[in-house]
Design a protein around this ligand. Structure first.
Ligand code: GLU
Length: 513
């Protein structure tokens, strides 16, 4: 009987074969939400048994991405824990012992077929599958005499260990989202569990041995692993672990934002959104792929956005912190069908979260981006930067939008928008601006509350045209006719800078004859 009250222990088990895809991030997140909700344990296990697909930097990338998103690991390679090592390539002895167990129980066998021999069989037999119907025609420990098997192994002939799948069985996979799925064992092949060539198990063996030994209670993973589940059920059975086998949850795929099919990196390139949490520099090709972090997303926004791709809280609440997500998460409200990757909604979340964060934090995120455009940011106080970004933040979806929206606070106009000059600057503007300077110079102080009524009063009492004055004023200070309220701008940049910019404009704007 299964113990339904055992402690919740979940694992995120990526293979370090490249950057973590955004779908993998969602899997990690759902594991984390479920673990935290139940006071359980979140394990990070590195599944690096496919030595040919190993990519340097991928493991660090995974750690960094999870840390950035606030997905905390309780047991893992870096964190340690009582069930380590947490990296599969460091668990060879454990796998070897378990392969031997299956061999001794006659639930697995040793096969020597070379790639060429397998190829020849595929050419000869239509839809060839290494299974009960063909295994007795192959070169393995079921067909060769025991001495020959021993001699081959002792002589260093490469071999694999295959799982002996018995035909005629109904294999039941219970999935918390999908219910019971029954498949015939006949369609399964005798999967390779271990390869002597690199002394490593395959994914299937390592995955279920570790889930068992690490006392994993729930396997929450992407739908792409559903086809492996029947084999995993049979492996649990072969080891005699069926009573402690974890519950399965296979999460629906993330789909293209438009059209049908699985979300791919190409969709991101085509439609202009990242499919990776952090920027990734491919160590082989040098290719750089964009990341949510570098594109100016806040981790809270990414988490909130991803949480809702395949789950809902049961009502129409959208904006939820990690703690709220932990409290509300449930598999009952997970969808079984794929979730379209609505990246525009991701931008909306980012905009929403940007409004909530403090101007100080926004300033910190913005400063390096502005500095990268060649501005020496050290000349501005943190208070100045915070006020500047605060004045335009309602207009941005991304931190990087601030470079464009708030840039004028840090760099006096070098050129003036031609279109706005044509529309807003005329032959009598310089004289008008000289008068404005005089008004500004005479102010007792330069706060918006003082400057605004004084300038308005000057415009009114002299019968000036409000639009003409204010647009030229803005053009001189900002370089174009955009930005927040004019007196909010002058309040922030101060009297000296404001007047210097008006003077520069008078000097530099020359109208075409
Ligand atoms: N190593 C597999 C992966 O890369 C793990 C699949 C699973 O969670 O069982 O996703």
């Amino acid at each position: 009987m299964k113990d339904l009250n055992r402690p919740v222990r979940v694992r995120f088990a990526p293979s370090p074969t490249g950057p973590l895809h955004i779908g993998g991030v969602r899997t990690a997140l759902y594991n984390y939400l479920f673990a935290r909700q139940h006071g359980g344990t979140m394990i990070l296990r590195i599944e690096d048994t496919d030595s040919r697909r190993f990519v340097p930097g991928a493991e660090d990338y995974i750690n960094e991405a999870l840390a950035w998103l606030g997905i905390h690991i309780d047991e893992g390679v870096r964190e340690g824990g009582p069930f380590g090592p947490y990296k599969q390539s460091e668990r060879r002895d454990i796998y070897r012992q378990h392969v031997d167990m299956l061999l001794q129980r006659d639930r697995a066998y040793i096969a020597f077929d070379t790639p060429e021999e397998l190829e020849a069989m595929r050419a000869k037999v239509a839809n060839f599958q290494y299974d009960a119907s063909t295994r007795l025609q192959m070169r393995n420990s079921l067909t060769l005499p025991a001495e020959e098997v021993k001699a081959l192994i002792d002589g260093g002939t490469p071999y694999v260990v295959r799982f002996k799948v018995e035909p005629g069985r109904d294999v039941e996979v219970d999935d918390l989202l999908r219910g019971k799925v029954v498949i015939k064992s006949d369609i399964l092949d005798d999967k390779v569990l271990y390869k002597s060539s690199d002394d490593l198990p395959t994914y299937h063996l390592a995955n279920i041995v570790d889930d068992h030994l690490m006392e994993v209670s729930h396997v929450i993973r992407g739908e792409e692993w559903l086809p492996s589940a029947p084999l995993h059920v049979l492996l649990y059975e072969a080891f005699g672990w069926q009573d402690t086998a974890p519950e399965f949850v296979h999460l629906p795929l993330l789909l293209k934002p438009d059209g049908k099919g699985k979300l791919s990196k190409r969709d991101g390139d085509r439609l202009g959104f990242p499919v990776f949490p952090l920027e990734w520099h491919d160590p082989f090709s040098g290719e750089i792929s964009s990341g949510y972090r570098e594109s100016g997303y806040l981790p809270e926004a990414v988490v909130n956005f991803l949480a809702l791709l395949g789950w809902n809280p049961g009502d129409d609440t959208e904006v939820m912190s990690m703690d709220q997500l932990i409290a509300k998460f449930s598999f009952e409200h997970c969808s079984r069908s794929g979730a379209k990757f609505a990246f525009e909604k991701g931008k909306w979340f980012n905009h929403t979260y940007l409004q909530e964060i403090s101007n100080e934090r926004l300033a910190e995120l913005f400063t390096p981006l502005m500095a990268a455009t060649g501005v020496d940011m050290a000349q501005f106080t943190p208070e100045y930067v915070a006020k500047a970004v605060g004045s335009v933040k309602s207009r941005i979806n991304f931190v990087r939008d601030l470079v464009d929206q708030a840039g004028f606070y840090f760099r006096a106009p070098e050129a003036y928008s031609e279109k706005d000059v044509r529309k807003r600057w005329s032959a009598d503007t310089p004289a008008l601006m000289e008068q404005l300077i005089a008004v500004l110079e005479a102010l007792p102080n330069f706060d918006a509350a003082v400057a605004e009524p004084a300038v308005m009063e000057w415009i009114k009492s002299n019968g000036l045209h409000m639009g003409n004055v204010m647009n030229a004023f803005r053009l001189a200070v900002v370089g174009e006719c955009k930005g927040p309220h004019m007196f909010e701008i002058t309040d922030i940049i101060g009297r000296d800078a404001t007047i210097a910019r008006i003077r520069a404009a008078i000097e530099r704007i020359h109208l075409d004859a």
